[in-house]
Design a binder for this molecule. Sequence first.
Ligand code: ATP
Ligand code: MG
Length: 333
Amino acid sequence: MDKKRILTGDRPTGKLHIGHYFGSLQNRVKLQNEHETFIEVADVQALTDNFANPEKVKNNVKEIIMDQLAVGIDPNKSTIFLQSMVPEIAELTVFYSNLVTIARLERNPTVKTEIAQKREIFGESVTYGFLGYPVSQAADITAFDATIIPVGEDQLPLIEQCREIVRKFNSIYGENLKEPEAYLGENKRIKGLDGNEKMGKSLGNAIYLADSEEEIAKKVMSAVTDPARIKKDDPGNPNVCMVAYYHNLFSKGEVETVCEECKAGKRGCVACKKQLIKNIVEHLAPIQERRRYYEERPEEVKEILMEGTKKARKEAEVTMKKVKQAMKLDYFE
Ligand code: ATP
Ligand code: MG
């Protein structure tokens, strides 16, 4: 089989949630056996909207690495690295920023949605850094010659933006960079507990992989359900109920009965929620057990990140050399 490069990653803005798990992590675990995988802890990108909160970003670095290891990312197969310690990515970002217009970035649907959600951070005018994060993401991908990018649906406009930058680069400086493609799983976008189209760390609507049984119970109990269903024997509509939605993910083999009984007004919301809580807790138990192994061994986690970063940096240096040659920035060679 033709071995390809994979680049994927997460912003250390919080622990990883079930949206990551169904949207991206399961694919990563599968693909690491088939292709060479690089997983970026995107601390520089996290700072674009958390610049005033560096402690938060720093503290979440180890959390998201432990989450990856807990779901089955194998450090012998995948390279986990820290974005800020690969300065070639920042350098590439500067070069690529000439290849994209401000109007194009402002039109990017993902950037547009996120700016609207972050009004309290940016007020009326967004920072240059946040507006430009798709450019830095193009640098993340191309620094490793990656062509397969396992992501959630929210990332599609960012991958498209990267492809445009690659084409522009190649048309000016010669064929040097590869156009990446998004790799979407069956579950492209997992909704939030509040019914929002996307579960997100920064949206306060997530069930985290590391949540305790009590936390899971509290969250499921307060999840959005059919607002028209008031009494237990009112017929419910599972299509507008987040509990039914998560049953689809966690209750294989039971979900049909759950929905039928809900529609017939035979199953109360409380019983339905309790069943979901039990299934989520059972599903996450082995993941949390593996997480505990790493929580007790912080040195091992640090070592994995250091080794991965060293390896990633070597790869990025190769790309940097190629890019500088293409851009006639190889003065002393
Ligand atoms: P933040 O709110 O800080 O942006 P996030 O929850 O969106 O955090 P990211 O670190 O930005 O998480 O995303 C990491 C990866 O997980 C991306 O590939 C993204 O598409 C995917 N992802 C995030 N949330 C979901 C979701 N709800 N459903 C499917 N995939 C998701
Ligand atoms: Mg995000």
